[in-house]
Design a protein around this ligand. Sequence first.
Ligand code: SAH
Length: 213
Amino acid sequence: MEDEATRKMRFLFALRSQGITNPRVLDAMERIDRGLFLRGIFATRAHEDVPLPIACGQTISQPSVVGLMTQALDLQPRDKVLEVGTGSGYQAAILSLLCRRVYTIDRHRTLVREAEAVFRDLGLVNITAQTGDGSHGLPDQAPFDKIIVTAAAEDPPGPLLAQLKTGGIMVVPVGQSDAVQSLIKVRRLDSGYDYEELRPVRFVPLVEGLAAD
Ligand code: SAH
């Protein structure tokens, strides 16, 4: 059996080999234990660089994809960030160590509740989680310095583009849900938006409306 230190070293090595080189991002990912966001036998696989099932038929993203998206956001300590797709809460927890305030929203009430409990246990007091349809963004808290969408949309949702500050960055997987999608980095300019394709990814779809659970 591998000990904890060896597992952690392997985990960080895998992240680096996938192009996550930002020391602040690596440090945050070393500090947040992914196992706390998983249940049952899946918790024992927390250090593997694979997506894993969570409640409500959703998935926790692959750590290297979490790292890449976080790195692409170029987070600054004063940033106010919106995450669409709380899921397990793992991505939000990492964001919370790197910016001032995180708003995270999911259409599944159960996931939001479970994630909030982990945030509380970890003392991550700068995260606000809420149930809702994140494709409309969060008009009350807009504009945001950075927006991260962790479910795939066919196009970057218009309301989210509108809620991004000038100079702000949004990362969003774009494409059909049953095909390979592209991770897109959008930067809001003085006039218009600049789009950069980062890499192929595979996310669960962004679905409209609240879920029953
Ligand atoms: N970031 C998560 C992984 C998210 S999986 C983590 O770190 O674990 C994608 C999540 O997006 C799912 O939980 C799903 O319920 C949510 N989702 C899909 N469509 C949504 C929408 N319109 N609004 C809010 N959340 C949505």
